[in-house]
Design a protein around this ligand. Structure first.
Ligand SMILES: *Cc1c(COP(=O)(O)O)cnc(C)c1O
Length: 392
């Protein structure tokens, strides 16, 4: 007899845990490992946000339970953010909900919306958490193919009619992890039209909405007329404000879905610590100068690596945002054999593209989360490898 549920037993092993294990082994052997595998910001949370947390944490009234749906200040700050950034109006009472990071929100959203056997369209390649969240809620994951030649825009025609009929929900993520692809407004216009035609809920994960380069500004699904009838959008403070460990995000849009998720969550958690919500409110209401500063750092890292890859004959599309570079493995390699070569011969960790779905095969993802000096090391180590020498 096992104490563990079939659901949990059937979860695929968390890839990043396996890579971390390999990393520890190499480090024990004295290898100076450079980890470009983890998609978590290395930069600190801006001081004004930490200061706000410190102030709020001294106030006794902030030590109580939060309102389940999130503190008034936080929800108002989300409304302010959507107005300023996207010219979108939201009702803080019915169209905004605080979540304990978007990962939590997305996982619980599945339980709040789908019934066992319902199909969910999940981007391939895409963030692995989507597929496991669908599995845990008893749903059926159906791949929504994305490919390089189309700029990783959904290929709706490639999904069979029967699967679309069974589908209740579709996930999208732009700017995207792992591909770093960005969307234009018309990508969302089409997505909403597809959702309407097929009576699907569109769930957009906008975790990298603020991490953009040059003049590119990421659109919001909520800018599409009547989007609220067909969609919700998740946002997160984790990446934009380097607040990954704080666990604070939000979901906005369709009232019925927001209400269902709030009802489910009120039975599971009691929202986030009030001082964290209030510090996050200060972040969303700031002038984003810190965000721009950090974006410039990510962009410079991306540019450095992009140019180096070009010299090495490694193909990549230059991204307009995110903290990733998504590149093609050299001829003769699989995602896994190339990631292993970099790990064993250069002490560099990258994430093999097939970890993000079968359509990620042939690619690898680099997280731009180490300082310049370390990227220089990566470049010089990679320069010494012979990519023609296929080992597996
Ligand atoms: C990092 C990441 C998240 C997780 O965000 P949290 O708010 O920290 O839970 C969600 N979606 C994508 C695509 C991410 O890369």
């Amino acid at each position: 007899m096992s104490f563990v549920s079939d659901k949990v037993n059937k979860l695929p092993p968390y890839l990043f845990a396996e890579i971390q294990q390999k990393k520890r082994k190499l480090q024990e052997d004295g290898v100076d490992v450079i980890d470009l595998g983890v998609g978590a910001p290395d930069l600190p949370t801006p001081d004004f946000i930490v200061d706000q947390l410190n102030e709020e944490s001294k106030i006794a009234a902030n030590h109580r339970y939060s309102v389940y749906s999130g503190a008034e200040e936080f929800k108002e700050a989300v409304v302010h953010f959507y107005k300023k950034q996207y010219s979108v109006d939201l009702d803080p009472e019915t169209e905004v909900l605080a979540v304990i990071g978007s990962k939590e929100g997305i996982a619980n959203l599945m339980h709040a919306t789908i019934n066992p056997g319902d199909a969910v369209l999940v981007p391939d390649p895409g963030y692995p958490v989507y597929g496991t969240a669908v599995h845990l809620a008893g749903g059926k994951r159906v791949a929504l193919p994305l490919d390089d030649a189309n700029g990783y825009i959904p290929l709706y025609d490639h999904v069979d009619r029967e699967s679309i009929k069974q589908a209740k929900l579709m996930l999208l993520n732009y700017p995207s992890n792992p591909t770093a692809a960005t969307a234009r407004y018309d990508t969302f216009l089409k997505a909403i039209a597809f959702a309407r035609e097929n009576r699907l809920l569109l769930v957009h994960d906008a975790a990298y909405d603020m991490i953009t380069f040059n003049d590119y500004k990421a659109p919001s699904v909520m800018q599409v007329p009547n989007a609220k009838e067909h969609a919700v959008e998740f946002g997160s403070l984790s990446k934009s404000f380097n607040m990954a460990g704080w666990r604070i995000g939000y979901v906005v849009g369709n009232q019925e879905v927001i209400h269902a998720l709030a009802t489910l969550k009120s039975n599971i958690d009691s929202s986030q610590f009030l001082p964290i919500q209030k510090a996050a409110a200060a972040a969303l209401q700031s002038n984003f100068s810190e965000v721009r500063k950090h974006n410039a750092i990510y962009q410079a890292r991306m540019e450095k690596l992009y140019q180096a890859f070009k010299k090495l004959g490694i193909k990549a599309d230059k991204p307009n945002g995110t903290i990733f570079l998504w590149a093609k493995v050299p001829d003769g390699y699989t995602s896994m054999s190339f990631a292993n070569k970099l790990l064993h011969e250069a002490g560099v960790i990258v994430t093999p593209g097939n970890a993000f779905g079968s359509r990620g095969e042939g690619y690898f993802r680099v997280a731009l989360t180490v300082p310049d000096e370390r990227l220089d090391d990566v470049i010089s180590r990679m320069g010494q490898l012979n990519f023609k020498e296929v080992t597996s």
